[in-house]
Write a protein of this length. Structure first.
Length: 98
């Protein structure tokens, strides 16, 4: 009978060793995944911050675009300035005559 108990105890011991070995493997994998999760979380925060910075820059560019003039606006402005300069020249000429 004692031989039967020995075999049972050896079988239980082998099973316990397998369970402990699998536990250690799973614990190692868990730690790897935990580190990877932390790394990805940090990376996500960086991406979020970058996105926010880009959105702020985009809004600034949209605001600056309001002040951008088309080529027609520039031509019109030059034309008006030329007219004003001519009118000023005429006024100066009239002052010189008197």
């Amino acid at each position: 009978m004692s031989e039967g108990y020995k075999e049972i105890i050896e079988e239980i011991s082998k099973n316990a060793e397998r369970v402990v070995s699998k536990y250690r493997d799973l614990e190692y994998k868990f730690n790897e995944l935990k580190e990877k999760n932390e790394s990805l979380t940090e990376e996500l925060e960086l991406v979020k911050n970058t996105k926010e910075n880009i959105e702020v820059k985009f809004e600034k560019l949209k605001s600056a675009k309001v002040f951008e003039h088309t080529s027609n606006d520039v031509k019109d402005a030059k034309s008006r300035i030329n007219k004003l300069v001519k009118e000023i020249d005429r006024c100066i000429a009239l002052l010189n005559v008197n």
